[in-house]
Design a binder for this molecule. Structure first.
Ligand SMILES: [Zn+2]
Length: 259
């Protein structure tokens, strides 16, 4: 990955989904415009039929890096996901997103199966020494518990919707990273999260095409500056100083990006 042009990178959109159909029409334009703004992108694929496409995108563009995981609702596909990730691990910068979704999965037995698949993915992330991007919708506490129990390191909690006190603890005591999505402009919970997370563990993401600053419209990595400026405002920090801190955090966790 040393051929990638990183000297102009100012921020990294640490979590979005460029292989989504929503980007089919203007993917090139979005990636090029983002690059001009100094934005590199970690694109995550969570569906079987997106793994290859997502990897292809990262091969094609210097500013895009691939992460592969599995939609937490599809734990039955866990073994094929693990196989695919093992075969392509040299080209990935992370595993994910993977995790727990207690919003969509209510049945106790199904939650247990989902947890087993998550534990397997944590094991894989440790084995391959790759960061893990964690989805934890309505399952913040449960996901953190599993990660701690499994001795996960290199953890990236994305769009965390749990209590800010948990994020404070996990970022300070377990060194887990938390990325703030574009919905920070309208979500009181995300604004609390910004203040709670240890600043040395703070990342930015768009989770595009979802979680747009204005609810319902398509999100894209081009909205990353909105996320960043909102965080600077909330923390009352100088933008240049904060940008340097967040970029350094991103490179620390995603060491494959600039090694
Ligand atoms: Zn996502």
């Amino acid at each position: 990955m040393e051929t990638k042009k990183l000297n102009v990178i100012r921020l990294i959109d640490t979590h979005c989904h460029l292989a989504s159909v929503e980007f089919e029409m203007d993917l090139v334009e979005i990636i090029e415009k983002s690059f001009k703004l100094g934005i590199a992108i970690i694109s995550s694929s969570i569906e079987k039929d997106e793994w290859d496409t997502n990897l292809e995108i990262s091969r094609k563009y210097d500013s895009v890096f691939a992460s592969s995981g599995l939609n937490p609702e599809k734990w039955v596909e866990s073994n094929s996901a693990i196989k695919w990730i093992r075969e392509h691990s040299d080209e990935l910068v992370a595993i994910g997103e993977v995790g727990l979704d207690h919003y969509r999965i209510r049945d106790h037995k199904e939650r247990e199966l989902q947890k087993t698949a998550f534990v397997d993915m944590i094991g894989l992330s440790k084995e391959l020494n790759l960061p893990i991007q964690v989805h934890s919708r309505s399952a913040g506490r449960a996901a953190l518990h599993v990660l701690e129990e499994e001795n996960a390191s290199l953890v990236h909690m994305h769009a965390f919707d749990g209590r800010s006190s948990l994020a404070r603890m996990a970022s300070n005591e377990l060194d887990y990273y938390f990325s703030i999505p574009a919905s920070v402009v309208r979500s009181p919970q995300k604004r609390k999260l910004v203040k709670a997370v240890n600043i040395e563990r703070l990342l930015v993401e768009t989770d595009s095409p979802v979680l747009a600053p204005d609810r319902g419209s398509r999100n894209s990595p081009l909205n990353l500056p909105i996320v960043f400026q909102e965080i600077a405002k909330i923390l009352q920090r100088d933008e240049d100083e904060l940008q340097a801190i967040i970029l350094e955090n991103s490179f620390r966790l995603y060491s494959r990006i600039h090694s």
